[in-house]
Each structure stands twice: as structure tokens, then as C-alpha cells.
Design a protein around this ligand. Structure first.
Ligand code: PLP
Length: 368
């Protein structure tokens, strides 16, 4: 049996947490953000969620690809027939408001929508429709997901004995809480066997993704990543890396990958909001290339971090600067003759999407 205590200790360092949580249009205290134990979500996994990073920049905290994340959030809810009143702009405003009020300069944001419990008219069956929806957003400062060293040194991973979800059982396209039972099996198996992460294959045996990351392979100067049909989450970092490769004039394709291609790749790396761009240095104890971060990964990684830190211009409108949203909304409120409310700052004007932004967000979610 593995040393569970060592594994737990490594992953239980307490992060800085935003003192408030956004709930259904209001900011509430962290301690008040609670659910009833008989809530539908706890029994049947009926939640959808997002993971978004807010980066420290010279212009203050900046949220990375906020609208695309929130569009995926709404898409996930739509797939699961969740009827709710929340709109894209309102959710984006909630995020910038939460970060501004938290005082955090960088953080990870976790919007979650789930089927709750109506205590006056409780319903306990699988049928989710009688249960009310709830929506919360929390934030905390999360360091490097796979460890500080991993960004430079790379991680040792395995191919999981667990397959990724099949598209007609649990849609991997939706970021649903229940999908992460599959992710947990992959992650736990990897950890107890001494690996940092596991790579799952799809039900046909093609490479799919990590438990919480998309995967990229570099071979003979070309970057390859599995398509949506390999049961992957349409990652927003994945989309960003595809755009970054185009900006760097590195050929990039979406293509099915055999497991064996992992062993003979020149370079491999993970992408994800939490993992960012993390090199993979071995798979099943077989070194990838030279057994360390390769030159393509390093170039892509460098541009990714330069963009997220606000030092280089992104290929698109990728950063939402929280402090500038605030002053823009206060200015809008002043122009209208009322001050910005401290309780629920009006940030609509400031987070208004440029023309075509929603279409771009859908492109992120649906492309093959
Ligand atoms: C299963 C899975 N795949 C891929 C990703 C990467 O997606 P993104 O880059 O949008 O964070 C994540 C992280 O959210 C994930 O949980």
C-alpha cells in the first residue's frame, strides 16, 4: 500500500482564499457558502463548473479568456438541460467583481452551477427537474498545479488503465462534476504508482487527455493534439496553444494519436488552466526525447507565460483587466449620475464583448 499520508500532505497546503463567494448575484461570506447534505448534486453528481485563472500583471489582476470560459460553462449547463437565469455578461461581471473585492492579485476561479434542494418541497429521486439550481463562484490563490519544478523539469506520467468517457455515455465536452469521478480514478492510479499524472486513452485506444489537462505531442517540427472526437474536454488553454503555435509559425494539427506515439515523440506537454503548459519528461518510465523539456515546448511555454503576465500581446482579446473594469464601470455609473454600488458593482459596460466574441467562444467549444 502506498504512503497515503505523504500523498495527502503534499496536496493539502492551504492556499490564500477569497473571503467572499459570489452566490446568485450577491457576494456572501465564505463561511455562509454551504449546501444541504440532501442536495441532488451530492447524490447524483449534477453539477457543471469552470476553472479560470486570473494572473498578476503590471496593470493589476487580469482574468484569462474569461468570456470563453463562461461560454463553456453555459454550454455545459445547456447540455445537462439546466434551466437558470444567469447570462454571460452577468457571470463575467461576477468574476471581475469577486477578484476586485478579494484583493487577490492572482487566483484561480471556480464557478459552479448545480442542482440543489428545495427544503420546502424536497425531491430525492434521480429525476433532476424538481430541484432548484444554484450558482456560486469561489476564488483562491493556486500555485503550479503539477508542482513548481514541473514547469521547467517536466513530469513523469503513465498511461492509465482507465479509459476516458465515451461520447454517448458522459459527454466529455461538458465540464460536469460527474466526469471527474473518471478523472479521479486516473489521477489516483497515477499517484499511488509514483507518477504525477495519468494519460487516458479513449474507448478505441487512441490518446485522449490527462485527468485534468489536454495533451500535445511534437514530432519532426510539427505539433499534434487529439481532436474532440477522442473524448477530450475542449480546453481553452489547448485553443490558446493552437493560436500560439500559429503565431510562432509552428505547424499544428488535430489528429488521432496511437498510444505508442507517446513513446517515440520528440516532445510532449500538457495544457490546462491549472497545469498551464507543463512538459512531460517520461511516459511509463520511457524518456520523452531527451528526457527533459524540449525546445518547442519551451518556446510555446515562454509565449504563453508572456501573454498571461501581460508582457506580450495575445493573438486575441484574452485578458480582462480587473482594475480597469472597475474604473470603467465607476466612470459609467458617474456619467449616469449614480455612484458604483459597493455591494454589486455594475461592470456591464466594461466587460461588454467585442463583436463576434460569443462566436469565437463557440468556436473554442465545437471545433474538431
Ligand atoms: C479533463 C480536462 N481536460 C482538459 C482540461 C484543460 O482545459 P482548460 O484549458 O480549458 O482548462 C481540463 C481542465 O479544465 C480538464 O479538467
Amino acid at each position: 500500500m502506498v504512503n497515503d499520508d505523504a500523498v495527502k500532505k503534499e496536496f493539502s497546503k492551504k492556499p490564500a482564499i477569497a473571503p467572499e463567494v459570489w452566490h446568485d448575484g450577491e457576494f456572501i461570506r465564505w463561511d455562509d457558502a454551504r449546501v444541504h447534505v440532501m442536495s441532488h448534486v451530492l447524490h447524483y453528481g449534477s453539477s457543471v463548473f469552470e476553472g479560470i485563472r486570473c494572473y498578476r500583471t503590471r496593470r493589476g489582476p487580469a482574468v484569462f479568456r474569461l468570456r470563453e470560459h463562461m461560454q463553456r460553462f453555459l454550454n455545459s449547463a445547456k447540455i445537462y438541460r439546466m434551466s437558470h437565469p444567469w447570462q454571460l455578461d452577468e457571470l463575467c461581471d461576477a468574476v471581475t467583481g469577486l477578484v476586485a473585492r478579494s484583493g487577490l492579485q492572482q487566483c484561480y476561479l471556480r464557478p459552479i452551477m448545480f442542482r440543489s434542494l428545495d427544503e420546502a418541497n424536497p425531491a430525492f429521486g434521480v429525476n433532476p427537474f424538481p430541484n432548484p439550481m444554484a450558482c456560486y463562484i469561489g476564488a483562491w490563490d493556486w500555485g503550479k498545479y503539477l508542482g513548481e519544478e514541473a514547469i521547467e523539469q517536466g513530469v513523469d506520467v503513465c498511461v492509465s488503465s482507465w479509459n476516458r468517457l465515451t461520447p454517448n455515455s458522459m459527454p466529455a465536452m461538458a465540464k460536469a462534476g460527474a466526469n471527474y469521478m473518471n478523472s479521479q480514478l486516473i489521477k489516483m492510479e497515477a499517484l499511488v504508482n509514483g507518477f504525477a499524472e495519468g494519460i487516458a486513452l479513449d474507448d478505441r485506444g487512441y490518446v485522449s487527455e490527462g485527468s485534468g489537462e489536454n495533451i500535445f505531442l511534437v514530432h519532426e517540427g510539427k505539433v499534434v493534439t487529439p481532436p474532440l472526437s477522442s473524448a477530450i474536454l475542449p480546453g481553452i488553454t489547448r485553443d490558446s496553444v493552437i493560436e500560439i503555435c500559429r503565431a510562432l509559425e509552428i505547424p499544428v494539427v488535430e489528429s488521432g494519436l496511437q498510444r505508442a506515439s507517446l513513446y517515440v515523440a520528440d516532445e510532449l506537454f500538457f495544457t490546462g488552466t491549472a497545469a498551464e503548459v507543463t512538459p512531460i519528461r517520461s511516459v511509463d518510465r520511457i524518456p520523452v526525447g531527451e528526457g527533459r523539456r524540449g525546445p518547442f515546448t519551451e518556446r510555446i511555454q515562454r509565449l504563453f507565460f508572456d501573454i498571461t503576465s501581460g508582457e506580450r500581446e495575445a493573438p486575441g482579446d484574452w485578458l480582462t483587466f480587473v482594475n480597469e473594469q472597475k474604473s470603467a464601470s465607476a466612470a459609467a455609473a458617474d456619467r449616469n449620475g449614480h455612484g458604483a454600488s459597493a455591494e454589486a458593482p455594475a461592470r456591464k459596460a466594461a466587460t461588454q464583448a467585442p463583436e463576434g466574441a460569443a462566436r469565437d467562444a463557440i468556436h473554442v467549444t465545437l471545433t474538431e
